[in-house]
Design a protein around this ligand. Structure first.
Ligand code: ADE
Length: 236
């Protein structure tokens, strides 16, 4: 998969070279390009924003640098681009959407700042590319950078070869193989820590009982913390 990011703060994306995503890049599973939007400005101050038509607080990102950036990215690689636009007005980001994005050949993250990007850029993208506006949640960040980092990490770990043991993907919270329940609690050695014991069933060696206990824990956690994830009748 090829991933491009366009931002006025490209330094935000340096941590992508760490850990699993970093390995995915160095092993060639992911090709990452991080681009400074200011490289597509032509004035002395590298201006990327201006006051909103109609008035109001805040600034809006100008369309011209974005237009040039998208044209240039299109030239870089022939694979069809899926443009991901992080915005609190977007489709809520879920594990299901992460799987959907992981199936794409090429993702381009367009990180807006301030009050967002001139709407004509989005309309232009809709006409020329696939566009997915994505919200990380019902709160407001200062821009699309942190949301893009979260989406990139969630997507890249789903790509074949990124996670050593692919079974861990099916067991974790929010995965379809788990009935979309939250994950059960986990324990490791020592068996007693500060007087707290590991649940006996996990030491029993009885795989059937362990599986049953984990499922009960997952259902109970989901019922108490995220009842919205369970079916309307309260059963999973
Ligand atoms: N940009 C600002 N707030 C955001 C949010 N909640 N999700 C995605 N992008 C954003």
């Amino acid at each position: 998969m090829r991933i491009d990011v366009v931002s006025i703060f490209p330094d935000y994306f340096a941590p992508l070279h760490l850990s699993l995503v970093g390995k995915a890049i160095s092993s060639g599973i992911v090709e990452l390009g991080v681009h400074d939007l200011r490289g597509w400005t032509h004035d002395r101050h590298n201006t990327t924003d201006d006051t909103p038509y109609g008035g109001g607080a805040g600034m809006v990102m100008k369309p011209e640098p974005w237009g040039e950036a998208l044209d240039a990215l299109e030239e870089l690689d022939p694979a069809p681009m899926t443009i991901v636009v992080p915005t609190p007005a977007g489709r809520p980001f879920t594990q299901e959407l992460a799987y959907e994005l992981a199936a794409k050949q090429r993702l381009v993250f367009a990180c807006g700042r301030y009050e967002g990007i001139d709407q004509r850029v989005i309309d232009h993208c809709v006409e020329h590319y696939e566009v997915i506006e994505v919200s990380l949640g019902d709160y407001v960040l200062n821009g699309g950078e942190v949301a893009s980092l979260a989406v990139i990490e969630a997507v890249v770990r789903l790509l074949p070869g990124v996670i050593g043991n692919p079974e861990s993907l099916t067991e974790e919270s929010h995965s379809a193989g788990n009935g979309s329940l939250l994950e059960y609690p986990n324990y490791t050695k020592p068996p007693v820590w500060r007087g707290r014991e590991v649940p006996q069933v996990l030491l029993s060696g009885n795989h059937g009982l362990v599986a049953k206990w984990r499922r009960e824990q997952a259902v109970e956690r989901t019922r108490s913390r995220r009842p919205d994830l369970l079916a309307p009748d309260g059963r999973d």
